[in-house]
Ligand binder design. Structure first.
Ligand code: 8Y4
Length: 392
């Protein structure tokens, strides 16, 4: 409320009555904000408004709508009668509230022990510093052995990448990237029983990898890196991860800036999802990922992880990649190779806040931690804290 510009007296009055769930709205004219508040009050809810909204002279502002999911539903009905932008706002509130409810309540997410509503995605980087046989040739055998090990450790997906996306890294040419990843994708697809995700922002690399047996696209540019990528994803009808990044891998860590990191990323995904759907990509194939470390400073990364559940309002599964990333080093003062404990902590927090796919280097260790956390009930879908009666 303070960040929104609500008056101190208003905060004192409303704060004790804030329910478990709130919906944050932005881009409201003072007129819309006041109608929203009136209608919310008439139903027994409320909307916190910035002081400026009451003068009816300010510019656009936000609001925090407070009320149960049932109230938000009734509010949407009332706003529909106003037509126009207020009706649209009502529908969006209804949709956000339902998704936020449904995803963790998880009709489609089994929670009995043994059935996992989440997956570990094992990282397989095919770059010269990872699988090089000493000469100029990348060692496909060593990469396959690493994939086999991750599969045996319980990886539900293996993410094969041939372009380093680390901060400051140079771009890799298409031919070079294809030469790195294709033999490995082919081998895993034919010899192992685990789906392959192709980590690329190049349409041609994605297309050829899918032809070679890959089952998913992991595009860190969220379809903005190559204008042909959307068609590849649409034609293949495969799952697609849209990751958020501010800037480019080369410059993204120079000075990341956000007014409101969670709000801006939610708006980004809303736009990207609708853009992708308009280009023939099935909504049900889209996975979203806040892109930890991609144009974010320590505070941004921690805020995003802490508020991951806000992204559930988009109605899509959440993937997170925290494995050994530098934000862990900034907190714990460790080098990349010694960040497994911090990685596990971050992944368990992300599980508790609704993440469902965890991109990691250390499959066995992360999986064990997530199994135990989910067994305790930290994986939502177990809202009642009980079981489905089949298992334990
Ligand atoms: C040590 C090792 C320190 C690796 C940092 C890193 C993500 C991703 C990457 C992610 C999705 C990385 C390709 C960065 N991160 N894809 N890719 N989400 N979807 N850095 O967070 O692992 S590469």
């Amino acid at each position: 409320m303070r960040r929104l510009g609500v008056a101190e007296q208003g905060i004192e009055l409303m704060a004790p009555r804030v329910p478990g769930q709130m919906a944050r709205v932005s881009g409201l004219s003072p007129r819309m904000a006041n109608i929203l508040k009136q209608e919310a009050l008439s139903l027994g809810g409320d909307a916190a408004l910035p002081a400026a909204a009451y003068s009816l002279e300010g510019g656009e502002g936000g609001a925090l709508v407070m009320g149960s999911p049932a109230l938000l539903d009734e509010l949407a009905d009332k706003l529909a009668l106003h037509g126009g932008e207020l009706a649209d706002l009502g529908e969006r509130l209804r949709w956000c509230s339902r998704n936020h409810q449904r995803t963790p309540a998880g009709a489609a997410l089994p929670t009995a022990i043994g059935e996992e509503p989440w997956k570990v995605m094992g990282i397989l980087n095919i770059t010269p510093d990872s699988f090089h046989d000493g000469g100029r040739h990348l060692d496909t055998g060593a990469a396959l052995a690493q994939a086999a090990r991750m599969a045996a450790e319980g990886a539900g997906i293996i993410d094969v990448g041939g372009e380093s996306t680390r901060p400051g890294a140079d771009a890799v040419g298409e031919r070079e990237e294809l030469a790195r990843v294709l033999p490995v994708v082919e081998k895993i697809a034919s010899e192992l029983d685990v789906p392959v995700s192709i980590d690329t922002s190049k349409a041609k690399v994605a297309r050829e990898a899918l032809q070679a047996g890959a089952a998913m696209i992991n595009d860190v540019t969220a379809l903005a890196g190559d204008r042909k990528m959307a068609a590849v994803a649409a034609d293949h009808g495969c799952p697609l991860c849209l990751m958020h990044m501010q800037g480019t891998p080369r410059d993204m860590q120079r000075h990341p800036r956000y007014r409101d990191v969670v709000g801006e990323l939610i708006e980004f995904f809303h736009q990207r999802i609708e853009w992708a759907v308009a280009r023939g990509i099935a909504r049900g194939n889209i996975i979203i990922d806040p892109g930890i470390g991609f144009g974010k400073d320590l505070e941004h990364n921690l805020t995003l992880l802490n508020h991951l559940d806000s992204f559930l309002s988009l109605g899509r599964p959440l993937l997170v990649g925290v494995s050994r990333k530098s934000f862990i080093g900034m907190i714990a003062g460790k080098q990349a190779g010694d960040r497994l404990p911090g990685t596990i902590a971050a992944n368990v927090c992300a599980l508790e806040r609704g993440a469902r796919i965890f991109r990691v280097h250390d499959v066995a260790e992360n999986r064990q931690a997530l199994q135990v956390a989910a067994g305790i009930g930290l994986a939502a879908g177990d809202a009642a804290g009980g079981t489905d009666g089949k298992g334990v």
